[in-house]
Write a protein that binds this ligand. Sequence first.
Ligand code: COA
Length: 163
Amino acid sequence: MSQNPIQLQQMQRADIDAAVELIRKSMNGIEARFAHKTMDFHFACLDHGLNDGRHYYVYRKEGQILGLVGLHNYIWGPRENVWLTWFCVHPDMQGKGLGTTLLSNAEAMARKLDYRKFFIETYDMPDFSTARAFYEKQGFTLAGKIEDYLPNKAGMIVYLKHV
Ligand SMILES: CC(C)(COP(=O)(O)OP(=O)(O)OC[C@H]1O[C@@H](n2cnc3c(N)ncnc32)[C@H](O)[C@@H]1OP(=O)(O)O)[C@@H](O)C(=O)NCCC(=O)NCCS
């Protein structure tokens, strides 16, 4: 029987710089800066025994981080809701099926953690057009849109899948 070699591993504090660099390469520098802040915050919370509702996972091959997936349950929000965060695949690896596998692993992880509604926040700007096509192909449906959400006037788009 063949084994699926693509497995997510829990992200470690030592992975922060590589994960942020992956976000910079696959998205942009602004997202990378926000990611750095939230990852620093997450690991600082862990240091103090606090649960900030976030889980970060990496896909590593030969020591290099090629994929990243975050899950975020807002600690003030419904227990069954979870949001996908900082999802990306290294640019050299995109379009080869890795994103599909990582997202399906993330959905399985979300189910295991007892989440039922899997939300995705993305934007209506061209940088994210591939991602939007990708999420629709993965069975996510449009749950809502907020116009003029980002400082550059881009709208926020929310996708949802029941997991
Ligand atoms: C979104 C992302 C994670 C998808 O990962 P991936 O490994 O490229 O995805 P897959 O190879 O599994 O692609 C599956 C489908 O997505 C779509 N897709 C992926 N790359 C595409 C591209 N460059 N152009 C058009 N469609 C594309 C296709 O529909 C593809 O289906 P196909 O193989 O039948 O053509 C990846 O493109 C990425 O990291 N993008 C930059 C970061 C980002 O925008 N993250 C989302 C933030 S909300």
